[in-house]
Design a protein around this ligand. Structure first.
Ligand SMILES: [Zn+2]
Length: 469
């Protein structure tokens, strides 16, 4: 009897396999699936075929590869709307922090076609860029600064002709597929309200959200909200923690008020109390008038040293990246616990150096603020890392309508982590240290982090760009 039983069992398996096995390339088995869009928070099996999620089920399913997610959280891949490190080095740290799509939207670029061409159509994770007022103003005014203005783009009031040229370049960038428009009005103090609103007007015509580093103080925020209202532009205010600083609660209240009045205004924060920027930027143009203690809040990224008046002067003449230790932990918490803020890193790891936010922002929110301090719950944190940033862009960018969510038909961009161990490891003296606790990160159905290890030889990331019409 035994042989025939075995034959029967074999036939059953073959029959079963012909129906379901092979229908999935990867099965993620038994994870706690958390999808903030639908509210799903339960154990499920996920079937992936090619670059898509094709099944989310309680049924047993079989695939060519099974990833055991027992005890792990399965989330949509994180979407970072504010990431300056748009290269392989930086994307490696992003992936190890759970991010599957990273966008440079605040500064952006002045040449959309060239920017995408330089990235050669495939990277570790998905990427995209805005047409940026800062680089466009630098081109039009002849500013030769690196990344941020250091000359006329800071100081020159634009003529009508120059504003017309900036408008033309904005339109060209949007026609070439820019996903949004970017502004750093704090870095271009000579830009008038008229210039600002002329550029916002272009954004609204293309259904593009405007991602803005506002001028200092609450008045800078009010200026942006008024400009966006006057032109009917969707507004995204970058880093409420840093722009709000000691007034973060008031800053967020003003945004809440605009939203309550029906305006489309969103914001974001990163979970650190120090900033990072360029020492030569307009933010520090009054440096010669400072009290001696003020220089000590600056940390030169290349050496880790704290500055004094003399070294500040020396490095400012040279130009480069500084970390600025200027806010309290209480300010950071106010921004992170607010339901208004998406999580966005403002990261920029380059040549093994940079602010830890480029490597650790997402793990730090999940490990420190969700698990250890309990100031927000996990689903709410994931909402602000996944579906909210997807929604911010999707009016203009169709590709975002299938990201940031888990359902049959969504893109297989997934982040699978251990909620008990996830934590950031990057520090202010060593920013280029990967986070821990992300066990699997899938981009377009391909593991880029596999069993906690980074996979070097795949490039599943694709450009996210609006099709040219
Ligand atoms: Zn930034």
């Amino acid at each position: 009897m035994k042989p025939s039983y075995q034959l029967f069992a074999f036939a059953t398996v073959v029959l079963f396999c012909s129906c379901t096995s092979g229908s999935f390339d990867i099965v993620i088995k038994g994870g706690q699936v958390m999808d903030p869009d639908s509210g799903l928070d339960d154990v499920r099996n996920i079937g992936i075929q090619g670059s898509k999620i094709v099944a989310v089920t309680q049924d047993k399913i079989i695939g060519k590869r099974i990833i055991n997610a027992d005890g792990l959280v399965v989330s949509p891949g994180f979407i970072d709307l504010h990431d300056h490190g748009q290269n392989e080095e930086a994307f490696r740290f992003k992936a190890l922090d759970g991010v599957t799509s990273a966008f440079e939207l605040e500064v952006g670029t002045g040449d959309i076609a060239k920017w995408y061409t330089e990235r050669d159509e495939s990277q570790f994770i998905h990427y995209g860029v805005s047409i940026g007022h800062i680089p466009v103003r630098m081109i039009v005014t002849g500013d030769e600064g690196y990344f941020l203005p250091s000359g006329p783009a800071k100081t020159v009031v634009a003529s009508e002709l120059q504003i017309a040229e900036m408008t033309r370049r904005f339109e060209e960038g949007l026609n070439q597929g820019a996903v949004a428009v970017g502004f750093g009005i704090a870095y271009t103090p000579a830009a008038t309200v008229e210039e600002f609103e002329a550029m916002l007007h272009v954004a609204s015509q293309y259904n593009a959200s405007a991602h803005i580093h506002v001028r200092g103080g609450l008045d800078g925020l009010r200026e942006a909200i008024t400009g966006a209202a006057n032109t009917g532009t969707a507004l995204h205010v970058v880093h409420a923690n840093s722009s709000g600083a000691e007034q973060t609660a008031e800053f967020l209240a003003i945004i809440e008020e605009a939203r309550a009045a029906g305006q489309d205004v969103t914001t974001e924060a990163y979970p650190y109390s120090a900033s990072q920027t360029y020492i030569e930027s307009a933010l520090f143009d009054d440096w010669k008038t400072w009290e001696p203690e003020r220089y000590q809040i600056f940390q030169w990224v290349n050496t880790g040293e704290r500055l004094n008046r003399q070294s500040f002067a020396q490095y400012r003449a040279m130009g480069g990246i500084v970390i600025v230790h200027q806010r309290t932990e209480a300010m950071t918490r106010t921004a992170i616990e607010s339901p208004l803020t998406m999580i966005a890193s403002d990261g920029h790891i380059e040549n093994g150096r940079g602010h830890p936010r480029g490597s650790g922002s997402y793990a730090r929110v999940l490990g420190r603020y969700v698990r250890d301090e309990g100031i927000l719950d996990l689903m709410d944190a994931l909402r602000r890392m996944t579906i909210e940033p997807a929604r911010r862009l999707e009016a203009r960018v169709p590709a975002m309508q299938t990201k940031g969510r888990i359902y049959a038909g969504a893109d297989a961009d997934l982040t699978i982590f251990d909620p008990e161990t996830v934590i950031d490891r990057a520090t202010y003296t060593n920013g280029a240290v990967p986070s821990e606790g992300f066990r699997y990160v899938l981009v377009n159905g391909i593991p880029i982090v596999d069993g906690g290890r980074f996979v070097e030889d795949v490039r599943p990331g694709r450009p996210i760009r609006v099709d040219e019409h």
